[in-house]
Design a protein around this ligand. Structure first.
Ligand code: TXA
Ligand code: MG
Length: 360
């Protein structure tokens, strides 16, 4: 299949191209498009055979449900049932934006879109290209992140092209996404709202609106060695894994630098191609030949925005072994570390003691 690629300026939408993309969705085809979090791989959410094409293109297990993207609040009642007041409160504060809510699904949403579940994940994205595409399609758009299953989520159109070229009808190139981590997922079907995936909308931001909010025990660090089953089916898969062996090094900053210098020195002796992921503040302190700047600790959004791109660059360069600093601080720390530790297969070294830990 020849994949059409259109550049779209988000501040000056070319509606002819957007309508062409919307028609592809309406006709049951697949379109890659930008959202404010990551690029999505879109299909008609209300058509099970269109959703099935998403699973095929990504190589995604069919029990892993898709997020349904809507463009206005009135559409919520088309896709969800028994909508609690909490959903409207969150929608008023955070939509359009990087928040996905789990609600009971309406009968109109096919089970093929929800991975067989009676609940549905719904999000109203804020990216102008995404909103215009949903409206132009005349339907709702099921869209997982646009990567091949197991690879880092796409934050640039180039990543989508790399993973999906030749497999889908069209890719809309809206440039680099703003946030760079997938949306926060909150489950509103239980007695207390529960975060199933951390993201840009933090627990305290949700608590501001809702009062008590819990976090799925399976994604909390202290439960790393216990066999909890994540409530978001997608969170159980090994994600974002670079081809190189990635380890996160934690501890007192100066010790982390010393430990990483020691470890990369060993790699060089063994003839392995090593790389370091570090923040701007520390770049000069590493002896390794390949040091990747992930952003600055002064603005943790920069760390979030660059993480997936850096993991892909490591693959392109054939890096064998990667050591990364850790980035726990700030409101986004939980979301960043959730993705980084998944990418590392939860391999962590404590720089203070040299001990290997297993962390979520
Ligand atoms: O930011 C985002 O959310 C991006 C953009 C494209 O909107 N999409 C995205 O989709 O990250 P995906 O498919 O990569 O991740 C969706 C996650 C998966 O972990 C899936 O298991 C979970 O949402 N999920 C979807 N429906 C669910 C449901 N009914 N109950 C529990 N988890 C659900
Ligand atoms: Mg994904």
């Amino acid at each position: 299949m020849n994949t059409i690629i259109y550049k779209i300026d988000p501040s000056d939408l070319d509606m002819t191209k957007i309508k062409e993309a919307g028609q592809i969705i309406a006709d049951g085809g697949l379109v890659g498009f930008p959202t404010e979090t990551v690029y999505g791989l879109g299909a008609d959410a209300m058509d099970a055979s269109a959703s099935a094409k998403i699973y095929a293109a990504k190589g995604r297990p069919s029990d892993n449900p898709l997020i349904v993207h809507i463009a206005d609040l009135a559409s919520l009642t088309d896709v969800a049932l028994d909508i609690p007041e909490a959903a409207y409160k969150l929608a008023r504060r955070f939509w359009p934006g990087p928040l996905t809510m789990i609600l009971n699904k309406s009968s109109r949403v096919p089970l093929g879109t929800t991975g067989g579940l009676a609940t549905v994940a719904v999000r109203m994205p804020s990216d102008p290209v995404a909103l215009a595409l949903i409206k132009a399609s005349g339907t709702y758009i099921a869209a997982p992140s646009g990567n091949i299953s197991g690879r880092p989520s796409p934050t640039l159109a180039e990543h989508m092209i790399e993973d999906m070229s030749g497999k889908i009808e069209m890719i809309l190139d809206g440039g680099k996404v703003g946030i760079g981590l997938e949306s926060t997922i909150v489950d509103l079907t239980g007695p207390v709202p529960m975060i199933l995936r951390p993201g840009y909308i933090t627990k305290s931001m949700l608590e501001d609106v809702l009062g008590e909010v819990t976090v799925d025990a399976a994604i909390l660090e202290e439960n790393a060695d216990k066999n909890f089953r994540p409530k978001a089916p997608g969170m159980k898969y090994k994600h974002y894994a670079p081809k190189g062996d990635l380890t996160v090094v934690e501890g007192e900053p100066q010790k982390v630098i010393e430990m990483i210098n020691h470890l990369t020195g060993q790699c060089q002796e063994c003839g392995q191609k090593a790389a370091v992921i570090a923040t701007e503040e520390d770049l000069e302190k590493y002896q390794c030949e390949q040091v990747f700047c992930i952003g600055t600790r002064a603005h943790e959004e920069t760390i979030a925005a660059n993480l997936f791109d850096i993991l892909r660059k490591m693959d392109d360069m054939g890096i064998d072994v990667i050591y990364s600093e850790s980035f726990y601080n700030g409101g986004l720390g939980q979301a960043i570390m959730n993705r980084l530790l998944k990418a590392a297969g939860h391999q962590v070294i404590d720089a203070d003691t040299g001990a290997h830990k297993n962390c979520l």
